[in-house]
Design a protein around this ligand. Structure first.
Ligand code: UDP
Ligand code: MG
Length: 139
């Protein structure tokens, strides 16, 4: 059965552009409940750790520079079928491919600065949530 928890973070482009309020409103209006949230910034080293799974990809270095370039808002969200439904709400990685009305369609600047992260599996939602919230196990 699909889990009811996912992890997200609003990325530096969207926070810097003042879009975090609009994005949080879309998340809540879509039925997701925010059960943990903070406003913070990743060091270069922490960004490298978060995206370790992509370390062999050509975009890894740029991505780590970008993700440590400004403030972010990580959150843990609750909803039925959370991981899959949240990926639908954010849209495709490349905003040019993101469906109309998705968060990335509305707010992303580029394939790299694409406004928001969403976990791709229940397992990764747990790993990524624990990366930011030490009390994740209570969820
Ligand atoms: N990314 C990038 N160039 C690419 C693919 C991805 O800069 O060609 C960045 C982008 O910020 C993306 C992140 O790396 O959100 C993680 O990539 P992934 O393929 O996991 O995409 P996502 O799961 O975020 O849609
Ligand atoms: Mg991914």
């Amino acid at each position: 059965m699909a889990g009811n928890i996912t992890f997200t973070m609003i990325k530096p482009d969207a926070v810097g552009a003042g879009n975090s309020g609009a994005i949080i409103k879309m998340i809540e209006d879509s039925g997701f409940k925010i059960i943990a949230m903070k406003y913070t910034r990743l060091s270069r080293k922490r960004a490298e750790q978060f995206y370790m799974v992509h370390k062999e990809r050509p975009f890894y270095n740029d991505l780590c520079d970008y993700m440590s370039s400004g403030n972010i808002i990580p959150m843990i969200l609750e909803n039925n079928n959370a991981v899959e439904d949240f990926r639908k709400l954010i849209g495709a990685t490349n905003p040019q491919d993101a469906a109309e009305g998705t968060i990335r369609n509305l707010f992303a600047e580029s394939i790299e600065a694409n406004a928001i992260h969403g976990s791709d599996s229940d397992e990764n939602a747990g790993i990524e949530g624990s990366f930011f919230f030490s009390d994740m196990e209570r969820f």
